[in-house]
Design a protein around this ligand. Sequence first.
Ligand SMILES: Nc1ncnc2c1ncn2[C@@H]1O[C@H](COP(=O)(O)OP(=O)(O)OP(=O)(O)O)[C@@H](O)[C@H]1O
Length: 283
Amino acid sequence: MMPIIEAENFSYTYPAADNKALDRLSLQIEQGEFVAVIGANNSGKTSLCLALTGVIPHLYHGRMQGRMRVCGMDTAEANVAKICPSSVALVMQKPENQLSGVRFTVREEVAFSLENQGMSRHEMQERVEAVLRMTGLTHVADRSPHHLSGGQLQKVALAAALASDAPIVVLDEPTTFLDPLSARQVFEILYRLRRQGKTIVLAEQRLEMIAIYANRVIALNNGEKILDGPPAEILVSPILKEIGLGWTRFTTIADLARAKGIWHEGSPLATTLADTINGLRRD
Ligand SMILES: Nc1ncnc2c1ncn2[C@@H]1O[C@H](COP(=O)(O)OP(=O)(O)OP(=O)(O)O)[C@@H](O)[C@H]1O
């Protein structure tokens, strides 16, 4: 089966920039994967998210080399409006950059994203109610978006993006401004979406959440892909320290325990609480 996302030696430089924001990136993502993209500031995470929607290169111009394909479409050739939102739903870091801000209620704000898609009124209503339920927003559907907490507003942005029912959901650090509970709720929603067959690409810094929910981690550094594999392998790599990302608390504890000889010999370093408990020797 063809990968749902495929980058081949994809490089991109913003107009007037000297360095490449994405540098010879090659990757293949299959349908149904939950891929976390990690990297220090300026490593290229946002640029990758924008490249997956066609915003790069169509709206930013700049210099592009190589090829990016999503859902079988070459993003350099396809119309951005055709890619996003029908094939790729994009959720940005700050919901206020994404939401219209002119709708009176949460329900209207979510419906707004569907208004120009030529959908029947009935289908539109069903879609909106379904994403409100999925994101846990039904009880605030009649409230003004202006009266919601940051966490709720981010969920409205997520619901608005999901309303298009795109097979790929791309999120650029959506939990940055959220408290740990709201962040966890966002991860839970993404996990459920994955189980429904959606493909998730999430730029994110919360390594402990990634360890639990993602099935694959890609690390970027200066626009290059430097690591790619399962969380249990990538999140314990010493390279993460070298690029300024560090480890989860659990990996640090496991590493200390190993140095003191109280870590099960042969056990990999932990990335979750459960693995830490299992790895500690009690003899
Ligand atoms: N609009 C722009 N014009 C010129 N250069 C840009 C622009 N946006 C980003 N860059 C540069 O592209 C590179 C990659 O930036 P990008 O925003 O993709 O990284 P990031 O990993 O998302 O960073 P952060 O975690 O800080 O959001 C950086 O060197 C950045 O300075």
